[in-house]
Structures are given as structure tokens and as C-alpha cells.
Write a new protein. Structure first.
Length: 206
């Protein structure tokens, strides 16, 4: 069983639905979702299967330089661009998914939100999106309605969301992505607006 961390409205989502969601997600996220299986009453066969799922992951066998990184990216967003620049400065070449072009599925969103400990409400892009016009800022709008709107209007999902073998985060501010990388970029490194992220000695600022 997948143990999700969605908000109460989505707490009743069938575990099988989150399990199916894993197949639409990148390799690091599929592994993280499967790692969240409930093992309280699992059989030794099930525990062995889970171990095989994890140890069989190519991510676990690769060297640090080849850690897989996936970015759900909007090139028009400064925070998203900064996040992508940090990842590349650290020596990774991520898989970049421009979600405004390819869109979302409900299963993708369920999987991403569960792995990142987000709810549809906390992942909602309120500014520079049609959220207000669609009436989605009303706190009585439930998560199912938000999910449906996000599938219809991909811009409603805040960005960027980054997936690596270390976790999944909505990287706002962009320097949160450093928590998902196995090494820091060399310094000095600054954002587009000049704000320093890594100092000249290679230390994280802030």
C-alpha cells in the first residue's frame, strides 16, 4: 500500500490509484513512491519485493555525477530558471519537462504531491494564473476541483517541482533545490537578480 500525505479531501484516494500514478512519473519519483509502502503487516515475500524494487533502481547504482534529476519547468518563470541554473552549475544535466506544453495528468499530480508533501491547495499558483478568475482562491473549493482545474489549466501548478534520488520539492525559493543535490555548485554563484546563493569559498549562503 502506498502511504500518501495528501490533504484530508484526498485522504480517501485508493492506494491503487497512487500505485498506478507511479508509472507516469520519472524514475526517482517512482522509487520514492514505492518506498512508502506500508510494511506493518507485510509478509517476508512483500518485504523482499520492496527491497528488490529499491536496490534494482539504476539510480541507486550510479555514481554521484550521474544522479538523475527531473525538473518540471516553466522557462518564463525566473524562479524556475534560477533552479535550473543551480542544477546545471552543480554538474547535472537534468531532464527538463516543460509542463505548459505537455500538460499534466491527474495521476502525475497525485504522485508528485504525495512525494513532495503537498496538497493541491498548497501547490496552487495563485498569481499570474487564472486561479482568481476561476474562483479557485475560495478556501471552500475542494482538492478534487483543484486537481481537475490543474489538469485543464497546467499553469495553475506552481513551479518548479524537482525530483531526484534525494527527494521531491517545490523549489520556491530556488535555492531549496540544493537540498536535493549530492553536492553544491562551485562558488560564487548568484541568482539572475544578483542575490548570492553560494559564496566564493563554495559555502551555501543563508
Amino acid at each position: 500500500m502506498i502511504v500518501g500525505t495528501l490533504s484530508p479531501q484526498l485522504g480517501s484516494v485508493a492506494p491503487a490509484e497512487l500505485e498506478n500514478a507511479a508509472f507516469e512519473l520519472p524514475c526517482p519519483l517512482r522509487v520514492r513512491l514505492r518506498a512508502r509502502r506500508c510494511t506493518t503487516h507485510s509478509s517476508s515475500h512483500e518485504r523482499k519485493s520492496d527491497r528488490q524494487t529499491l536496490t534494482g533502481n539504476p539510480l541507486a547504482r550510479t555514481e554521484e555525477n550521474h544522479m538523475k534529476v527531473v525538473v518540471y519547468h516553466n522557462p518564463e518563470c525566473g524562479t524556475s530558471r534560477n533552479t535550473l541554473n543551480i542544477i546545471r552549475a552543480a554538474g547535472y544535466e537534468p531532464t527538463v519537462i516543460e509542463y505548459l506544453q505537455v500538460g499534466w495528468t491527474r495521476a502525475q499530480l497525485l504522485g508528485l504531491f504525495a512525494a513532495a508533501d503537498l496538497s493541491p491547495r498548497s501547490a496552487l499558483r495563485e498569481s499570474k494564473s487564472p486561479a482568481r478568475e476561476l474562483g479557485l482562491l475560495d478556501p471552500t473549493i475542494d482538492d478534487e476541483a483543484l486537481l481537475s482545474a490543474m489538469v485543464q489549466h497546467p499553469v495553475l501548478v506552481n513551479r518548479p517541482i524537482v525530483c531526484t534520488g534525494k527527494g521531491v520539492k517545490l523549489c520556491r525559493p530556488s535555492e531549496l533545490v540544493l537540498d536535493l543535490l549530492k553536492r553544491l555548485p562551485p562558488g560564487p554563484l548568484a541568482k539572475e537578480d544578483g542575490e548570492l546563493i553560494i559564496d566564493a569559498d563554495g559555502r551555501r549562503v543563508g
